[in-house]
Design a protein around this ligand. Structure first.
Ligand SMILES: O=c1[nH]c(=O)c2ncn([C@@H]3O[C@H](COP(=O)(O)OP(=O)(O)OP(=O)(O)O)[C@@H](O)[C@H]3O)c2[nH]1
Ligand SMILES: [Mg+2]
Length: 191
């Protein structure tokens, strides 16, 4: 029988939590997720630096093992920006503004980047797991439930993330890819 592990995911984002639970509860060795909603200040830096610092602080606050996640939306024309700062851009200028930023550029290509970090507990070095999905920024299509899902069309799908059933998004998404790496790592740990 498959063994079940439980892990604390520290996040303030209910949509992330829903997807992480969906993805990790499936498969031969399901991982059970408990969550803690803590608002952890985020440093400026690369996606990996942001994820690493978030997880280090989360482990101190939780007092034990935990995972955190940082998501970035990286425009090719803008050499990776807004990247890990997309949350503030989304809040300030919304879907229309995120499209308008690319007016005058030849390429609307973008990459969704998800960076999970796992800490074995306070004082330990977080380990990073990254997933990337390439796509195009388009005018919003589909339900506007989760962040910039409605304006991101993964290559070769003809659909935005928002137009896809969750199983389809999870199969190809930046988050799904990062979580498969995290799952493999957790399964390699001694019980
Ligand atoms: O359309 C989307 N599809 C996704 O798959 C997705 N994943 C994250 N986001 C949004 O991108 C920003 C990341 O910022 P972020 O990583 O700091 O998240 P957060 O502050 O909401 O939560 P957390 O840091 O407490 O975990 C936030 O605005 C998130 O809502 C997504 N939007
Ligand atoms: Mg955040």
């Amino acid at each position: 029988m498959a063994s079940t592990k439980s892990l604390i995911f520290v996040t303030g984002n209910a949509n992330k939590l829903r997807e992480v639970k969906q993805i990790l509860s499936k498969g031969g060795n399901p991982i059970e997720i408990d969550s803690k909603s803590l608002d952890i200040p985020e440093v400026q830096g690369t996606t990996k630096e942001v994820a690493y610092a978030k997880c280090k602080r989360a482990a101190e606050l939780v007092g034990g093992p935990c995972i955190t996640e940082d998501t970035a939306l990286c425009y090719v024309a803008l050499k990776g920006l807004p990247g890990p700062y997309v949350k503030d851009f989304m809040a300030a200028i919304g879907h229309e503004g995120l499209n308008a930023m690319l007016v005058g550029f030849d390429t609307k290509a973008a990459e969704a980047v998800c960076t999970f970090a796992y800490s074995a507990g306070p004082g330990t070095e977080p380990i990073i797991f990254e997933g990337r999905t390439e796509g195009t920024i388009v005018p919003a299509r589909g339900p506007k439930v989760f962040g910039w899902d409605a304006i991101f069309e993964p290559n070769g799908t003809g659909l935005t993330y928002a137009e896809m059933p969750s199983e389809q998004k999870n199969k190809i998404s930046h988050r799904g890819k990062a979580l498969e790496k995290l799952r493999a790592y957790l399964q390699s740990l001694p019980q």
